[in-house]
Design a protein around this ligand. Structure first.
Ligand SMILES: [Zn+2]
Length: 266
């Protein structure tokens, strides 16, 4: 089903191709419930980027996003005054700060933004507590994962949700300092209809399947991929960048490839 262009507390990013907003019923509904829950509790609006194409299969700009169970979700952000600001997917540094550079050739239109930790955590909490969705992965830069965990520990959230976030959230090869990539496991109904999971199969998932009388069915490693844009191609396509943007991209290299350890995907 398509993710709605606009819903209470959630929006499909108007800057993305609306053909890339199809997901399984479970994924679309879980995102909508999480967005609505944050909106109800704290205000703000969830900004959702690409899911999958209507018929699935390879999709530009992504290695996965082929079966309707992946979504890119922008972090909630605040402006310099601490007010919620519509997210554009600006990368955030280890202090949780970033810049909405807008026109990349113009310095005067730059707007500082920062990670809105309480709302972003509220989204995580709603999604991971949702009995209608089994989250397999949340890709997120290690430094932002740490900030969210620190907040969650201080906010005395349910230990099970905190533990689940520790288990499913990690930084993969691409830093994910500008959005979460959320991947759901196949729903139980879809498993019975032939859906195949890939990647890690943690003990809690095995238990979930066993309780439903199912055995894990894993997809093979083969996968069709759309051509991936290289950094060089992206730089060329972006055209001239003003000095602050160039400096930011240089600094970003420092957290692009963290050493192995907690918070880094294995
Ligand atoms: Zn993604």
């Amino acid at each position: 089903m398509p993710f709605p262009l606009s819903a209470p507390g959630a929006r499909f990013n108007p800057n993305r191709d609306p053909r890339a907003r199809y997901g399984t019923v479970e994924l679309v509904q879980a995102l909508l419930r999480a967005g609505a829950s944050v909106h109800q509790r704290l205000g703000g609006e969830l900004m959702v980027n690409d899911l999958s194409l209507q018929a699935g299969g390879p999709i530009p700009h992504h290695g996965s996003h082929q079966g309707g169970r992946d979504a890119d979700v922008l972090f909630y952000v605040l402006d310099a005054q601490g007010q919620p600001r519509s997210a554009v997917g600006a990368p955030l540094d280890p202090s949780g700060r970033g810049v909405d550079f807008q026109d990349l050739t113009v310095a005067s239109d730059d707007v500082p933004v920062q990670l809105d930790v309480p709302r972003t955590w509220a989204f995580v909490e709603a999604l991971l507590s949702d009995p209608g969705a089994s989250v397999q992965r949340m890709f997120v830069a290690r430094h932002l994962r740490q900030r969210l965990l620190r907040h969650a520990r201080g906010a005395r959230v349910a230990p099970a949700v905190l533990r689940r976030f520790e288990q499913v959230a990690c930084q993969p090869g691409y830093p994910h300092d500008d959005h979460f990539h959320v991947r759901l496991f196949c729903s139980l109904d879809d498993l019975r209809a032939g859906c195949r999971d890939s990647g890690p199969m943690p003990p809690w998932r095995r238990a979930e399947l066993a309780a439903a009388g199912l055995t894990p069915q894993m997809a093979g490693p083969e996968r069709l991929r759309a051509p991936v844009t290289t950094t060089e191609q992206a730089r060329r396509a972006a055209g001239p960048l003003h000095a602050d943007v160039r400096a930011w991209l240089e600094r970003r290299e420092t957290w692009m490839r963290p050493p192995r350890g907690p918070g880094v995907c294995r």
